[in-house]
Design a protein. Structure first.
Length: 266
C-alpha cells in the first residue's frame, strides 16, 4: 500500500509493515520537521520530496541543509545542486549507503566515486595531500576534483579497487552546509545513470526520483552548457606532478594555476 503522507512504497524502511500508516506518516514527517510545509512539494507518482534551496547564498545553517543531513544520517540518498551539475549523495562512511549509491548509478566498484568535504582543511583526514597548502586553498572551494592517495580512515567499501580518492569542495554553499551538518564526508556522484549525460536541472534526472529519498532543487545550474562538463579532475597522487583526468569546466584557469606553482604535467 502507498503511504498517504508521501506516496512512497518503502514504508518498511521506517516502520514495520504491521504498523499503522499513521505511525509511518509521523516518522516520515520527522525527517522534514525543520522545513515549513509550504516549502515542500511532493513529486507525482514518487516517494520523493522536492525541496527548493538556494545553492549560492551563504547562511550559517539552513533548515534545508539540516533536513538533508537528517536523511543522510538515516541511510538515505539525496540529489542536490553543486557548483557545476546536480549530484547524488550518500554518507561516505556508511557502507550500506555506498552500496545503494552504486546500485542506483548501475556502476561497478571499479569506477570510483568522489567524496565531498566542507573545506580544504578537512581533506587531509581522508586523503594524503601531496600539494602545497597554499595551492590547495587556491583550488578550493572550486569546480575541481583533486585525486590523492586515500588514508586508512576512509571507508574501505568506497572505491575498494583503488588506493586513490577524488575530493571535492564545491563552490556552492548549500552542499557544504549539508556536509558540515553531517560531520563527515559525502560520497558524491553525478545525478544520472553511468555513461548518460550529466544534469543541470532536476527534471533532467526525473527517472531517478523514485530511487531517492529527497531532491533538493537549486534551479537551473547553467544555460551555456559549460557546467555540464562537470568539475575538472586532476590526479595529484605523484608528488610534484599533476595529470589531467578530465578537463571539465575549470580546465584553463586550473592548469594556469598549477603551472604557476611549478608542478609538472604527466
Amino acid at each position: 500500500d502507498e503511504c498517504f503522507a508521501c506516496g512512497c512504497n518503502h514504508q518498511q524502511e521506517f516502520r514495520g509493515t504491521h504498523e499503522t500508516m499513521r505511525t509511518l506518516k509521523t516518522c516520515l514527517r520527522r525527517l522534514y520537521s525543520h522545513i515549513p510545509e509550504s516549502r515542500v512539494h511532493k513529486a507525482p507518482r514518487s516517494m520523493t520530496r522536492i525541496i527548493p534551496v538556494d545553492s549560492a547564498v551563504y547562511r550559517t545553517e539552513s533548515s534545508e541543509a539540516q533536513a538533508a543531513a537528517d536523511i543522510l544520517r538515516n541511510g538515505g540518498i539525496v540529489a542536490l545542486p553543486t557548483d557545476t551539475i546536480y549530484g547524488i549523495a550518500a554518507l561516505a562512511q556508511n557502507s550500506e549507503s555506498v552500496e545503494k549509491l552504486y546500485r542506483l548509478k548501475r556502476r561497478d566498484a571499479g569506477k570510483p566515486i568522489a567524496i565531498c568535504v566542507n573545506n580544504a582543511d578537512e581533506i587531509s583526514r581522508w586523503a594524503q595531500v601531496s600539494i602545497p597548502k597554499k595551492l590547495l586553498h587556491h583550488l578550493f572551494p572550486g569546480a575541481v576534483t583533486a585525486v590523492f592517495q586515500r588514508t586508512r580512515e576512509l571507508n574501505p567499501k568506497l572505491n575498494p579497487l583503488t588506493p586513490l580518492v577524488g575530493v571535492r569542495v564545491p563552490n556552492s554553499d548549500f552542499i557544504r552546509q549539508v556536509t558540515r551538518c553531517c560531520g563527515e564526508p559525502l560520497a558524491l556522484t553525478s545525478a544520472n545513470v553511468s555513461s548518460e549525460m550529466s544534469t543541470l536541472s532536476i527534471q533532467e534526472f526525473q527517472a531517478l526520483w523514485p530511487h531517492l529519498d529527497a531532491v533538493f532543487d537549486g534551479g537551473n545550474l547553467g544555460y551555456n552548457g559549460l557546467n555540464r562538463e562537470g568539475s575538472t579532475v586532476i590526479n595529484f597522487s605523484i608528488p610534484g606532478h599533476f595529470e589531467i583526468i578530465r578537463k571539465g569546466c575549470a580546465f584553463r584557469e586550473t592548469k594556469e594555476l598549477l603551472e604557476r606553482f611549478q608542478l609538472r604535467e604527466i
